[in-house]
Ligand binder design. Sequence first.
Ligand code: NAP
Length: 238
Amino acid sequence: MRVLLLGGTAEARQLAGLLVADGHTVITSLAGRTSTPLLPPGEVRIGGFGGVDGLVAYLRDSRVDVLVDATHPFAATMTEHAVAAGRASGVPLKILRRPGWTAGPGDEWHRVASLTAAATLLPRLGRRVFLTTGRQGIAAFAHLDECWFLARSVEPPGTPAPRHLSVLLDRGPFTMDAERRLMLDHRIDVLLTKDSGGSDAKLAAARALTLPVLMINRPPPPPVPLFPTPYAIALALR
Ligand code: NAP
């Protein structure tokens, strides 16, 4: 089958490998947000489609048999477009969505619905913040002069940015020990993150250090069945 795989995540790369090994023709689509993306097996195209209509046209022109959305759980617009384009074109859609995180015994997690709500609550939880919401989220905290931020992202953040900001350009995976060391070295007193799911090394480190976690909830799930792992999707396409 010809599969259009909407990517930009480690799971999408893993899924591309599984599908290529199964003999499918895989075109991974990347938004083009990072300057040096990690490339998956198979073909790759980069850049937006131009909305739902553009995606429908691409599905038709490239004779795509199956559309797979393996974008990040917070890439809600792309997922919304995939659902609409799947309906409009009749091309079947499968969505890979890794499960979110769940607090365990002893965790002090504060869940909020948005970056704005997080910015309101943050100064009450701590002053030395480990920010892992990605560079697009940093602007929401730009007015918090009372906080110091260690922001980790793949690409440098833009503006506006907080006055007291140290940027760490890095890409996972990270180990629990390294995350713990990083938080201790920077005297972090609160972890700010999104409920992305996947590796929970930073959450385990925060737990070990008894730090509070400010967690931004996911956007509402798309109105279609979700596959939790790359293997589940690969199996469904056999
Ligand atoms: P978004 O807000 O949901 O999408 C905005 C627009 O970007 C879409 O309408 C589409 O443009 C284009 N786009 C997004 N993903 C695309 C893809 N895989 N291929 C082609 N075009 C794509 O997306 P976002 O949150 O900015 O995320 C962009 C990419 O980064 C996604 O692929 C996602 O998997 C990855 N990512 C996101 C996050 C996050 O926290 N949001 C974290 C890690 C990785 P058109 O309307 O022109 O088609």
